[in-house]
Design a protein around this ligand. Structure first.
Ligand SMILES: Nc1ncnc2c1ncn2[C@@H]1O[C@H](COP(=O)(O)OP(=O)(O)OP(=O)(O)O)[C@@H](O)[C@H]1O
Ligand code: SF4
Ligand SMILES: [Mg+2]
Length: 369
């Protein structure tokens, strides 16, 4: 039973969200892909290499963790791009660079055509307002000593023009109501809320700055499945109302499928396959995507036995010492000599969408009607 209700009105909303969660599968199948808008955010050959040091007093660099190693992404206005991959593949490092919390080692992040790494002063302040983040951990990402009202309104101390001081309490309560929280709880502390409610506080905090883009770093991974659906539905409603664009990060392909127009699959620091939700789910062509998809649960009872099982063997290699050529080769059942010698480019080899595999070939993994 989800504990994501905040009073009679919010309980009604939660029930409505539950009802909608049941029809998610049907909705996902018929949901129209957003008409492509202008490119808001573009990532070009983005890299982040963390130095590996040795010695306590005299530190010397003995290598680098190639956390992100040549990522290319595009996010258009009003669109949701899903970024998926196993733990440690570099998703959060991409996120941190996008919201200017980490500086790239190399590559470019362009926002409305401007190079973000070169922004400073007013330009950087505006970027930090327009591109917001929602964190994975709804427990660690909220200051336990601040009330919900103070958390939501915190950004207005820097961006005072958005909300005049006089009406801030009312504005805060409106935002709480909009994300499904009881506005009477404005003076409560984060520990008085459930995980789902805390994530709603994080969403209200991001919305308070009237962003254009929200980078959602595994926003539902820490939540119960029933609460996950409610939060995803809320994000979809907010996108519709405010014309938001999302980069939605997850390790669970089924979560990304629900919300994404396009999906990028990441492995050991780079994108291995990219396409529309239909292309990546209907005809995955990279062996890694195929294996990931084969572990996604099928909800329709009559289709359950029809899914292919492709076990993914071995661990992800260390990003400090990635394999030569194709980084997936140590776990790939199709690997040949060329895979160790040459890194495959992320291009369309006739399968209809880009895939970083020398032997990319569409394969039907998840059964459809
Ligand atoms: N500050 C840092 N210094 C050194 N290595 C780092 C640092 N931050 C991340 N890493 C390493 O970079 C790699 C990618 O980490 P990242 O947190 O981006 O992965 P992730 O895909 O978000 O994983 P998860 O799904 O567990 O959140 C990991 O090997 C991690 O240990
Ligand atoms: S390039 Fe080779 S090792 Fe890499 S995914 Fe394709 S077949 Fe497998
Ligand atoms: Mg992460």
């Amino acid at each position: 039973m989800p504990d994501d209700s905040t009073g009679s009105t919010a309980a009604g909303r939660a029930a409505e969200a539950d009802r909608r969660a049941v029809s998610d599968a049907a909705d996902a199948a018929t949901r129209p892909v957003h008409a492509p808008g202008e490119v808001l955010l573009e990532v070009k050959d983005l890299k982040k290499h963390f130095p590996l040091t040795q010695g306590i007093v005299l530190k010397r660099t003995v290598g680098h963790v190639r956390a992100v190693d040549g990522v290319n992404l595009r996010l258009r206005r009003g669109e949701t791009v899903g970024l998926v991959g196993e733990s440690g593949c570099g998703k959060s490092t991409v996120t941190k660079m996008l919201v200017a919390l980490e500086k790239p080692t190399d590559g470019q992040i362009l926002y409305k055509g401007d190079d973000v790494t070169k922004l400073s002063g007013r330009g950087l302040k505006q970027y930090r307002r327009e591109v917001q983040i929602i964190f994975q951990d709804p427990y660690a990402s909220l200051n336990p000593r601040m009330t919900v009202g103070d958390i939501v309104a915190e950004g207005w101390s820097v961006h005072a023009d958005i909300a005049p001081k006089k009406g801030r309490l009312q504005r805060t309560q409106e935002l709480m109501e909009r994300v499904g929280l009881n506005p009477d709880f404005v003076n409560r502390y984060p520990h008085q809320f459930s995980g789902g409610q805390r994530q709603r506080i994080g969403i209200a905090r991001a919305l308070a700055l009237q962003p254009e883009v929200i980078v959602c770093d595994e926003p539902v991974s820490a939540l119960d499945v029933s609460v996950q659906a409610q939060v995803v539905n809320l994000l979809e409603d907010l996108q519709e109302d405010f014309g938001l664009s999302y980069l939605f990060i997850a390790h669970d392909l089924s979560v990304v499928r629900h919300i994404s127009d396009r999906v990028a699959v990441m492995y050991l620091g780079s994108i291995v396959e990219e396409g529309t939700e239909d292309q990546v789910y209907g005809s995955p062509s990279h062996p890694y995507t195929q294996a990931l998809l084969s572990s996604v649960p099928v909800h329709e009872p009559h289709l359950r036995g029809l899914k292919e099982r492709i076990p993914l063997e071995g661990d992800v290699p260390s990003p400090a010492n990635p394999p030569s050529g194709c980084r997936f080769r140590t776990r790939c059942w199709k690997a040949q000599d060329i895979c160790a010698a040459e890194a495959p480019a992320l291009v369309d080899r006739g399968q209809g969408h880009p895939s970083a595999c020398h032997f990319a070939e569409a394969r039907h993994v998840v059964p459809t009607e």
